[in-house]
Design a protein around this ligand. Structure first.
Ligand SMILES: *Cc1c(COP(=O)(O)O)cnc(C)c1O
Length: 470
């Protein structure tokens, strides 16, 4: 639990040593805000290689040929691309701009995969020209791709995006089932220009069991493709590799129990008694599981040693026997420990009924994902020269949008030694999605500036200079 600020029910963040060092230096934090405004997204990517190595060690233990691709949509900085390359990772791109930037940055086209959900002709053409693998979602997309490839006189390197037919796995908008792909491919000539390099999928959620089922289906599909004369060489299991944001499992469990006991109308724990989608003391599916037990390495181990549906051979052995390379595309869990968001306090006041509020120079899209709330305690950094005396209080964090529900976080926080303008607040571990996935320039408020560690200081990330393609 943090000294200057914590949730009324605390949820203490895990911190990297670089975060602890920065937050212990109030002057350096103030300088970052003075130079770049509030909030500022601060990146230090040394954890990325360690996160990738954790996965590699497990794969190597099973004798697997294995590659990690950073899902770039989780963080838009150019620094993240450089960090991925430095850690010998590839990059998974989800748009034309993402592809253009990684190519310009010098990423080997062999180490890129395009997985955009909807692909423009420009995106397909750029991928084709650089022989970048495209994950195919549907037949219409294949037709357009083949048409462009034909016009360019080249073959298309692709992966088939596989939708599961397994009863345990929910229906998906992404990809096609194996039988649909096979029927479709049976109707086109091998000479039509498709080189099927592998099978790709990306599942919602974090289940190791579901992934082992789908790898099994993907292996069966590669066997069928070989019969048709194709030579698939990899299976890409996408992202969703779990991570844990919290220091203690006990805090996570205690939070949900306490939330279930919060009385309607009380704001002791959350704004307007928000149950965050939970009602029985169990973690809600509407929020990311900020504490998880089985993460990264041990999670991959669970996928690989599984024998789905009683298969005699384990997932790892199925892959090794066929010499299939295993690939994955983690976003969040690869960026674990790589960033924090720093904002300054604008005001302290009371809601008209007396509930204390602390206003920050920040809006709620600047630390948000698709999860209903970010369930981590921020860290308060007192300034050396507050404009007035601080008084202890307990209340909520509000932001810059002109909306009553503009809460930066939905939980109530305790400030045992108070807070005042010029104080700073750090939102820890935000590099995966929390900074960029829903950020908006509504009200014409500028987007947060991104900085990356360089030497003993920080430099502005080059993404700030990029002109986006239409
Ligand atoms: C979003 C996405 C990822 C990354 O998911 P994480 O949960 O961040 O690991 C990987 N691959 C595809 C195709 C995606 O859409």
């Amino acid at each position: 639990m943090n000294q200057l600020m914590h949730g009324t029910i605390p949820l203490t963040a895990r911190l990297e040593p670089w975060m602890q060092r920065l937050l212990a230096d109030g002057t350096e934090c103030q300088e970052l805000i003075r130079l770049h405004g509030s909030p500022v997204n601060v990146h230090e990517f040394s954890a990325l290689g360690r996160n990738a190595d954790e996965l590699r060690t497990v794969a190597a233990g099973y004798g697997l040929d294995f590659r990690v691709y950073l899902a770039r949509k989780a963080n838009k900085t150019i620094g993240a691309i450089d960090a991925a390359v430095a850690a010998d990772c590839g990059v998974d791109v989800a748009s034309l701009n993402e592809l253009k930037q990684v190519l310009e940055r010098g990423v080997d086209p062999e180490q890129i995969i395009v997985t955009a959900a909807v692909k423009s002709r420009e995106l397909l053409a750029m991928a084709l020209e650089h022989a970048v693998v495209v994950s195919l979602d549907n037949q219409d997309e294949v037709e357009v791709l083949l048409e462009i490839a034909g016009a360019l006189g080249i073959r298309a390197k692709v992966a088939l995006r596989l939708a599961s037919a397994h009863h345990l796995i929910p229906a998906t908008r992404f990809g096609l089932r194996a039988e649909r792909w096979l029927t479709f491919l049976g109707g086109i000539e091998l000479s039509s220009g498709l080189d099927i390099a592998g099978i790709h999928f990306h599942l919602n959620g974090y289940s190791a069991e579901q992934r082992s089922h789908l790898v099994f289906e993907a292996v069966e599909l590669t066997d069928e493709l070989v019969k048709l004369g194709y030579q698939p060489s990899f299976i890409d299991i996408g992202g969703g590799i779990p991570m844990s944001y919290l220091e203690h499992a006990e805090e996570w469990e205690a939070f949900w129990v306490a939330l279930a006991q919060q009385e309607a109308g009380s704001e002791e724990i959350t704004w307007k008694s928000d149950a965050l989608g939970s009602f029985d003391g169990a973690p809600s599916g509407a929020v990311y599981p900020y504490y998880q037990k089985l993460i990264r390495g041990p999670w991959l181990e669970a996928v690989l040693r599984a024998h789905p549906d009683g298969s005699l051979t384990s997932i790892a052995d199925l892959l090794v026997q066929r010499k299939l390379q295993l690939r994955c595309e983690p976003g969040r869990s690869l960026l674990d420990g790589c960033g924090l968001t720093l904002a300054s306090v604008a005001f302290a006041k009371e809601r008209s009924d007396g509930v204390p509020l602390l206003g920050l120079h920040m809006n709620r899209t600047q630390c948000r994902s698709t999860s209903a709330d970010f369930l981590l305690d921020p860290i308060l950094v007192h300034s050396a020269d507050p404009p007035r005396t601080r008084e202890p209080f307990s209340g909520f964090l509000v932001g810059a949008y002109c909306i009553e529900e503009e809460l930066l976080l939905r939980r109530r926080f305790e400030f045992p030694l108070g807070a005042a303008p010029r104080d700073l607040m750090a939102f820890p571990n935000t590099a995966g999605y929390l900074m960029h996935i829903v950020e908006s320039a509504s009200h014409q408020l500028p987007l947060a500036v991104n900085v990356v560690a360089e030497g003993n200081g920080w430099k502005i990330d080059e993404i700030e200079e990029r002109v986006l393609l239409p």
